[in-house]
Design a protein around this ligand. Sequence first.
Ligand SMILES: [Zn+2]
Length: 141
Amino acid sequence: MPEYAVLSATPLCPRCGCEILDAENTLRFQWGALPKGYEMGEKIVWSKGLLSRRRWTVGDPKFEDVVIIESDVNIRVWSCGKCGTMLDRPCIEVRKGKIVQVLMFEAGAFEAGTGYQQQTANCFEIGSSGNLVPRPEFDVE
Ligand SMILES: [Zn+2]
């Protein structure tokens, strides 16, 4: 099993506003030191030096403004349990190294808005004009 950073958060359906409970109020992603638990607003933690086989780091702390795609292998499809809307994977927005919000999109809206499929990369750098730049070099095998 891959290691994750785990954010306590309950994403909301972009169509009906209902809470999406598929992930049981936790979003799993791979950025920074793993494993690690976070609350909204917390700074991403980085490890230095030698890491064991059970603790490791994904990404680069120089990238402070990023969108990280949720990547729990146990959730293949996201949808709203109330209205049935199919969803893109949750997007965890990090600004100045802090987790600021979770963005939810109806299926296909991420690609329509950014020009990239979510599978392009786990990490998208937020450019100076708010555009997203895929950083597939940080993907975990
Ligand atoms: Zn809904």
